[in-house]
Design a protein around this ligand. Structure first.
Ligand code: 9MR
Length: 733
């Protein structure tokens, strides 16, 4: 057995603390026989993979071709963990693949408390991680090393495993680079150009804009005091006066130089295409072609080819229905393989709204349908609409016309996992009023947009929308359960009055019929202020209705008031943005930033951009443009939240198949992928381990395990797509 620490292959080392605080219990070892001294007990291994001690380490022959990391494992149960205690996990390991080192529940549902993926080397090395235990569930805990998932057979060896409780906390300090924060992806020559300086100083400083070495503009910073969303003392810098263009600009202030950026009228052209191209690689049910998406080719997912159980003939959960549906196609929701009608609905709506309100310019996306005479945006959205239509309960069945809330795996799968290799049974979950109204709203909207290109589809959509709306009226309180979260997310929503308003609005705008106008006018949402801290998301859709009622021509009585309400909503977000030294139009109560905050920031910009469409006032256009600065690097973490944009950008988003950081043969997310962004509630153990105590903007980490701050989803990219298309359409500002 090795007795010395080998050279570390990857180390996460806690800065040494000067002394262990008195309140901490003495450090104590939890693992028994961590050195495998002559015997394997009490370690287990997954049958039939026996542990072999003959080499001096604990080794096993990992077969090739298993689906999940946990299909092949070595572990030890019976550990007692305590919430809030800091632990240090250390081990030696070798091999030619990846080991998922995890601490978690030792029985079903196997909740994970901590995990890291160690990239192994043949010579081996020592790995060390420090983490804080989250809420510990019933039963005992285990430490396990899960090494399944390799296409090729390989040999995994383990030794000197130690899990020590009561170690000093490992403070996490993100590397935020220079304190001059800019939009790293680019400004428009005639648009607003602003930056933020983080400094202790409270008096104005000089700033200089340079291109290469040449100073091309200068001025004084404006002290702004302490920014609540970051806790930082900051100044703002306005260099809008400069209208030159080019690459390699930097901004210097307070003795520091920003990351480089461009000033270019076409700075958003590529982004607006990439943000939309995101959807092609989220497609389920079809092969992703290498010629259309280099680096992302993969076989069709969930098309009834083993080990997939397929989406072609999907049963309901036991007791829910006794028919089966073909629900192939659609987009995978996020980093999981689930398909959820409510989130599909808001995503499809927002992309269609982008098309309908003219925020988007016709662009080729290089998707299989390109060149078929239909705008590529509509072709892409159709991929989801066809799936949503297939989720509707067929005529003749109980609850006909209602729509199944979601379809996903019976059990949670792990990372990494290609869609076509997911072995879990797929199931339809109960119908919900919310999903039914999502179909009613988007199919009605589709009926008015696709008619020019495909009349039968438009007619079929409208019929489905009408049927769905009537079914929802007859079943107004079928709420998706907030407990139905095994194998997929819940997307539960206790309040569906806003979905009723939205569906009625879309049906009215498409048909002009009195029955739907009556529903719109009678809805309490019609007169309410629907522009809250975040204008809209998958569970709050009243603002979606309002935006369309304001912008799509109709004879709705009181339409001028509807338009005014959108402008007033925009005024509120502009005021929030103006007061914010990072120009963020989002200031939630208690500074508590929500899951997917980046999309909320962007959706508030959508309201401002819509006000520009409605009024033509340049202040709204400029505010929408300036809002992108935050997303693209002018923020407390100095990170662009869009993959591939900006010198430092999010690229380790939580995903089963863009899992490059833990599976080197897989790609990172495609360029143009938005990360969820700061989430004050830190709803995953990895974020809790690193970020506990964070102030709003700091509640984010670009790590694949942080699903509550760093996932990617179809609804979030819809927000990015809308705003970047808007900015791209502004002719250089
Ligand atoms: O985006 C969703 C967020 O608003 C919710 O607070 C969260 C918890 O219910 O779920 C998020 O949605 C996830 C979904 O449930 C499953 N696929 C990934 C989604 C993004 O994280």
């Amino acid at each position: 057995m090795i007795r010395h620490l080998l050279l570390a292959a990857a180390l996460v080392v806690a800065p040494a603390s000067p002394s262990t605080p008195a309140f901490l219990a003495a450090e104590s070892e939890l693992v028994v026989n961590g050195a495998f001294d002559g015997t394997v007990a009490p370690w287990y291994s997954s049958p039939p993979n026996a542990i072999d001690l003959s080499s001096g380490h604990a080794c096993l022959a990992a077969p090739g071709g298993t689906a999940n990391r946990w299909d092949v494992s070595i572990g030890q149960s019976g550990l007692g963990l305590v919430e809030g205690t800091w632990y240090r996990l250390r081990f030696f390991a070798s091999g030619t693949y990846v080991a998922r080192a995890m601490v978690g529940q030792s029985a079903s549902p196997y909740t994970t408390y901590f995990e890291e993926n160690a990239l192994l080397t043949e010579g081996g090395g020592t790995f060390e991680y420090t983490f804080r235990a989250p809420r510990i569930l019933d039963g005992d805990s285990q430490v396990a090393f899960q090494v399944g998932g390799s296409p090729e057979p390989w040999r995994f060896c383990l030794d000197d495993v130690s899990l020590v409780a009561g170690v000093p906390p490992a403070p996490y300090a993100p590397d935020t680079g220079p304190p001059v924060r800019v939009n790293q992806a680019g400004y428009l020559p005639y648009g607003p150009k602003n930056a933020t300086l983080v400094t202790e100083s409270t008096t104005p400083a000089t700033w200089e804009l340079r291109r290469g070495r040449a100073i091309v503009a200068n001025g004084r910073t404006k002290p702004r005091g302490v920014d609540v969303s970051s806790g930082q003392n900051v100044h703002s810098i306005d260099f809008s006066r400069f209208q030159g263009r080019g690459t390699g600009f930097t901004l210097t202030a307070g003795g520091f130089t920003s990351r480089p950026f461009t000033i270019d009228p076409s700075a958003y052209d590529r982004l607006s295409t990439d943000a939309l191209k995101f959807y092609y690689t989220q497609r389920s049910g079809v092969e992703i072609r290498a010629d259309l998406r280099p680096g992302y080719a993969r076989p069709a997912g969930h098309v009834d080819v083993p080990p997939n159980q397929g989406d072609g003939n999907v049963p309901c959960q036991p007791g829910v229905c006794d028919y089966r549906l073909d629900v192939t196609g659609g987009w995978y929701d996020a980093g999981d393989h689930g398909k959820y009608v409510v989130n599909g609905g808001i995503s499809a709506w927002q992309l269609m709204n982008q098309y309908e309100t003219g925020a988007s310019r016709a662009r080729s996306l290089a998707i299989p349908e390109s060149g078929d005479g239909v705008p590529d945006l509509l072709d892409e959205v159709r991929w989801e609409l066809d799936f949503m239509l297939a989720m509707q309960v067929p005529a003749g069945q109980p609850l006909a016309g209602m729509v199944h809330h979601k379809i996903h795996d019976r059990n949670w799968t792990g990372l990494p996992l290609w869609p076509h290799l997911d072995p879990e049974l797929r199931e339809l979950h109960p119908v919900s009023t919310a999903a039914t109204l999502n179909l009613a709203a988007t199919a009605a909207q589709a009926a008015r947009l696709y008619g020019r290109f495909d009349r039968p589809f438009a007619a079929r959509s409208l019929a489905a929308a009408r049927t769905a709306f009537a079914a929802a009226v007859a079943n107004p309180d079928r709420l998706a359960s907030d407990q139905d979260g095994v194998g997929g997310g819940t997307y539960s929503d206790a309040q569906v009055g806003d979905e009723f308003y939205w569906a009625a609005a879309e049906l009215y705008l498409t048909t002009g019929e009195q029955q739907y106008a009556d529903r719109v006018l009678a809805s309490p949402y019609h007169t309410a202020d629907v522009f809250g801290p975040g204008a809209f998301d998958w569970g709050n859709t009243a603002a979606a209705a309002r935006l369309d009622l304001a912008q799509v021509p109709s004879r709705l009585p009181g339409r001028a008031r509807v338009v005014r309400s959108v402008v007033q909503g925009a005024d509120k977000y502009v005021a929030t943005q103006k007061a914010h030294p990072y120009a963020v139009p989002y200031a939630p109560p208690n500074n508590s930033w929500d899951w997917g905050s980046n999309s909320l920031v962007l959706n508030n910009l959508v309201v401002i951009g819509s006000a520009y469409h409605l009024t033509g006032r340049p202040a709204y256009r400029d505010a929408t443009i300036e809002g992108m600065d935050y997303i693209l690097g002018r923020n407390a973490l100095n990170i662009s939240y869009v993959t591939g944009y900006g010198q430092v950008n999010a690229h380790n988003q939580h995903s089963r198949w863009y899992a490059h950081s833990i599976e080197p043969t897989m790609p990172n997310p495609p360029v143009g992928t938005l990360a969820g962004g700061p989430n004050s509630s830190l709803q995953d153990p990895y974020a809790q381990s690193k970020l506990t105590g964070c102030v709003a903007q700091f509640c984010y980490i670009d790590h694949i395990q942080s699903w509550s701050t760093n996932e990617l989803t179809i609804n979030w990219n819809a927000s990015l797509s809308w705003v970047s298309a808007f900015v791209a359409a502004q002719n250089g500002g």
